[in-house]
Design a protein around this ligand. Sequence first.
Ligand code: HEM
Length: 144
Amino acid sequence: MMIKMIHSTWAIITLIILLIAVVNAIIGVTSKKEFTDKSLRISLFALIVTHIQLILGLVVLFTSVSFTFLKENGMGAVMKDSTARLFVVEHPLIMILAIVFLTIGFSKQKKKTTDFTKFKTIAVFYGIALLLVLSRIPWGQWLN
Ligand code: HEM
């Protein structure tokens, strides 16, 4: 399906920009760099790209085979089927949690007053978000 293909391709952009934002923040922390406009834009861009992925994901979910499976067989059946559970429960919930971390991280960063604490906030919150995203990508079926 078209929207699933877009979600699948957008995932590449999401992963790349998240990785760039995390690496940029870690470099900022370790080499005590100035938190420039560029760093702010990278963090904001990562936030926007993942929010778009969230909207795409919601559409994919509600039009997916797994969701039909949920409607026809109920939540109990979904929880017993590891594939359905991944797509209906684990993947959406953990991805949304990751996006919550990104959003909190970005807004906390704005309130920090030093370059070091800005970078540190992004490094921690975006770092956790990246790990959460990596943990629930369906690696087995993606790009296969
Ligand atoms: C940062 C956020 C996200 C990333 C990086 C991501 C990435 C991916 C990837 C790589 C796939 C596999 C696509 C394929 O097999 O070609 C996938 C599938 C899927 N995603 Fe996401 N996703 C994200 C967020 C979400 C959210 C928030 C939802 C739902 C609310 C969602 C719902 C789904 C569903 C239902 C599938 C399975 C499609 C199917 O095989 O029928 N995703 N996602």
